[in-house]
Design a protein around this ligand. Sequence first.
Ligand code: F6P
Ligand code: MN
Length: 323
Amino acid sequence: MTQLSEHLLKQNTAPELSRLLGHITDCCTQIAKLLHHGPMNDILGMAGAENVQGEDQKKLDVISNDMLKEALAKTGLVKGIASEEEEHCVSCHEDGEFLVLFDPLDGSSNIDINSLVGTIFSIYSAPEKSSIEDADFLRPGHEQVAAGYVLYGPSVILTLTTGQGTQMYMLDQTIGEYVLYQANVEIPRETQEFAINASNQRHWAAPMQAYIADLLKGKTGPRGKNFNMRWVAAMVGDVHRILCRGGIFTYPWDKKNPDKPGKLRLMYEANPMGFLVEQAGGKAFTDKARILDIQPDNIHQRVPVILGSADEVKTCIQYHKDI
Ligand code: F6P
Ligand code: MN
């Protein structure tokens, strides 16, 4: 049984980064405990406010955001944070070595039905200056030093990369430690499973229409095989399934909101998931470019996302080149 801290040591992870990951994962353990307490702590339901992106905030969105913000500010390791639930970045410690971005509770609409939710995080080295502003966070995903998520499901699972492959650790609730259970995750290159919110079909652009139509034609269609479909409605759950057994996940641009480039946020959803997926041998693209190469222009920027099994993502991108 290798615990997270031991495993990070074996991988020669910088001690400060290991300590930071310890603080983040300890805080996620506290969030998991709150979720398990359920209604007893008056944590369910709406917070009665909207976040900067006009989405209704759940009480648990706000609580988990505050927990992470406070936990990270106390470490002395973090210069600043940016979060889905904060309009602008928040300064923490002027000597902090890291910038951390997070989606404190991805898929929070699933809370009402006791289904999967998770915390997604992305870590960069901090610039050498004493105060920070939003612009300091606007760096492409390939500069991330670590990224991961903690999935609050039947088991609590940490999936992490520091650029040396993607590893999964399971929280052993009896000792309160994350224990390695899947080293060097490998996403199968090929798949027969896709994930998309098909209710938006009439709004998709022509290439996505054509790609999904061909998947649905199954064995007698151009793809020559049958495909199954899954949709968790929490990116963290869909990406976890893809890391476990392959698949393609997409939230494409659609003309329902033509001014929005997509639904998912680049800096605390697409980038960290893209890093994890690539480190597991998969691919992560918008409909045009590698996600990790995008130069962000806003901490809350949205992008179309197509990620998962390498060959399937390539096929989907080919439809976007051809049509
Ligand atoms: O964070 C946005 C998000 O909740 C993702 O986790 C998820 O993949 C998606 O939105 C669900 O979208 P929809 O409500 O269209 O199913
Ligand atoms: Mn989210």
